[in-house]
Design a protein around this ligand. Structure first.
Ligand code: GAL
Length: 585
């Protein structure tokens, strides 16, 4: 055991005094802080939040392929310490993970002391990380790895430790001083910041630039629409889902947020059009090694690679069996994820039991995943015309790293058991790139016209919950509130969120809200209209609790509003946004 490990294993005291290097950084940052607080105060007084918005040119060359690494959360949650992290760094090297491309070691929530120092500095929990975060970063770097650290843009982290709100610049400077290369920025409590998310994140993006150290910015807003409102101008990856869990239901839910219609109008066929080099949809970190069978782990990994998802391992690397190591380091499978073209895979077939995904690659071939979710064994077929090819095509099995031969017009993966799948590469490398599908044009999902635009006539960009049915209710009948029927509108079941792009074009949003007459229960519903996303915290309209048989008119000013979020809170209710429309002059 080296001297450093010996020291770590023997530390028993709960040192409250920060290590010496904190003192240097404190002295420098104290002066900077006093100055920046004055500037911030002047700025806040003279300029409203929206005019402080700076649209940075995020052409920083970072994350040109989806980031790969390991993150502490899925396996350890907040139960982390210096020894565990250093052992994980060692294991990343000895297992071959680093050499397979996993270069970020990211420490998630739970690393920091409960209080900032008297001059506002963050520091590591002195019991968990007695040598401090810079020392830990140095260790990680000494292994040829990059250092990632978690923070939150709310005033607290999700584990109720000090968040970065109001300390953005100071914290990014501290991170830079510690040698951080990757920031995972969470969203808990961020709605209290009362800043639209683009404003909030432009502050971090600027703070990172000012720190002088390039850092990947990965944000977690649990799938609240970052792809829609333009997080790609400020961040490199954003979450599309709530937290992943180690079971297949959760794996398919997360995959469906990015690769299916889990969080967007079905017209988009998933979020593929919002991803590309430098900006990625993130269906959350990997649970490979934490699932109940190797076939599940393998399918989860294949799906994430097809979705050009960030590959952040979340298992205990210190005791990883070969079966899991072989999955996480499978060269030809990782190459699909890391393909420099950065085209996210999309579904070409889904009957609820079997699915086929396609991901056009930079070498003129395309990767195809054929999978069976059903308990019954099944054959799954891909026809070349579904993936932009025809005639006789070469097929290679990417897990087995074996050519399967040439196939005319289609290929069948035979007799797949539940979670069984084949990941194949179709075509001959070196040819012209396959075009891939056309993205949905902007005018189909944003307000572009003068006069009235019914929201049910354009595509929504984000949804959560069972929302919405357009121009009828869930039972297929006309929308009806308190005995009055409406031809246009949106009907939502249970609590729901829907986001539309207004593009700053509309002047007023109007609707009639209430519980649909088809609803048989007696629970109330609360309707709200937000400017931007939920985390902006800017409520334009709030109905309060509405019972059955009461309708309320909504008529709000939405001038210069870029995105509008319609939310309903209520248990199992069927709620209507009847006649929902925007009016532009
Ligand atoms: C959640 C986040 C998780 C993890 C956790 C830490 O909000 O989605 O990935 O970071 O917070 O508290």
């Amino acid at each position: 055991m080296n001297a450093r490990k010996l020291l770590l294993n023997n530390i028993v005291s709960t040192r409250k005094i920060p290590p010496a290097y904190y003192i240097n950084v404190h002295m420098i940052l104290k002066k900077v802080k006093a100055f920046s607080l004055i500037i911030l105060a002047i700025g806040c007084y003279f300029f409203p939040a929206s005019s402080m918005f700076i649209k940075p040119d995020k052409d920083d060359g970072l994350a040109l392929t989806p980031p790969m690494g390991w993150n502490s959360w899925n396996i350890f949650q907040a139960d982390i310490n210096q020894a565990k992290i250093e052992e994980t760094a060692d294991a990343m090297v000895s297992s071959g993970m680093r050499d397979a491309g996993y270069n970020y070691l990211v420490i998630d929530d739970g690393w920091m002391a409960e209080q900032r120092t008297s001059d506002g500095q963050l520091c590591g929990d002195p019991q968990k990380f007695p040598l401090g975060m810079k020392s830990l970063g140095d260790y990680i770097h000494s292994k040829g790895l990059k250092f990632g650290l978690y923070e939150c843009r709310g005033y607290l982290t999700c584990q109720k430790l000090p968040g970065s709100y109001y300390h953005e610049e100071q914290d990014m400077k501290t991170f830079a001083f510690w040698g951080v290369d990757y920031v995972k920025l969470d969203g808990c409590y961020a709605e209290r910041n009362k800043r639209p998310s683009d404003v909030d994140l432009s502050i971090y993006s600027e703070a990172i630039k000012k720190s002088g150290r390039p850092m990947v910015l990965s944000i977690s807003d649990f799938g609240n629409g970052s792809w829609a409102w333009g997080a790609k101008d400020f961040t490199h990856l954003w979450r599309t889902s709530y937290d992943i869990r180690p079971n297949m239901e959760s794996i398919f839910y997360c995959a469906n947020t990015s690769g299916g219609n889990g969080v967007i109008d079905s017209a988009f066929n998933g979020l593929w059009q919002f991803a590309g080099p430098g900006h990625w949809n993130d269906p959350d970190m990997l649970e490979v090694g934490n699932l109940t069978s190797v076939i599940q782990d393998k399918l989860h990994f294949s799906l994430w690679c097809m979705l050009a998802a960030p590959l952040m391992a979340g298992n205990d690397l210190r005791e990883m069996p070969d079966s899991i190591r072989n999955i996480l380091t499978a060269k030809e499978v990782i190459a699909v994820d890391q393909d420099p073209r950065g085209f996210q895979g999309y579904k070409v077939f889904d009957n609820g039991k079997q699915q086929v995904y396609n991901k056009p690659l930079s070498d003129g071939t395309t990767a195809v995943l054929l999978l069976n979710m059903d308990k019954e064994n099944a054959d799954v077929t891909v026809h070349w015309d579904q993936i932009g090819l025809h005639g006789s095509q070469k097929v290679r099995d990417l897990w087995k790293e074996t050519d399967l031969g040439y196939f005319n017009n289609f290929f069948v993966a035979k007799n797949l058991p539940q979670y069984g799948h084949l990941l194949i590469k179709v075509g001959t490398p070196g040819g012209k790139m396959i075009a891939g599908p056309q993205p949905v044009p902007v005018e189909k999902y944003t307000v572009t016209r003068d006069g009235t635009t019914w929201l049910s006539d354009i595509y929504y960009l984000m949804k959560q919950g069972d929302a919405p049915v357009k121009d009828k209710n869930f039972k297929g009948k006309e929308i009806s509130i308190a005995g009055i029927q409406y031809k246009k509108g949106l009907n939502c079941q249970t609590s729901s969120r829907i986001m539309y792009s207004l593009n700053g074009k509309a002047d007023r949003f109007q609707a009639v809200v209430g519980i649909d007459d088809a609803y048989r229960g007696d629970a109330p519903a609360q309707f709200k209209v937000y400017n931007g996303d939920y985390f902006g915290g800017q409520v334009l309209f709030d109905s309060g609790k509405l019972g059955k048989d009461s309708a309320m008119k909504v008529d709000v000013d939405v001038k210069e509003v870029k995105y509008i979020l319609l939310t309903v809170d209520g248990k199992n209710v069927e709620a209507d946004w009847a006649d929902a429309k925007v009016i532009a002059k």
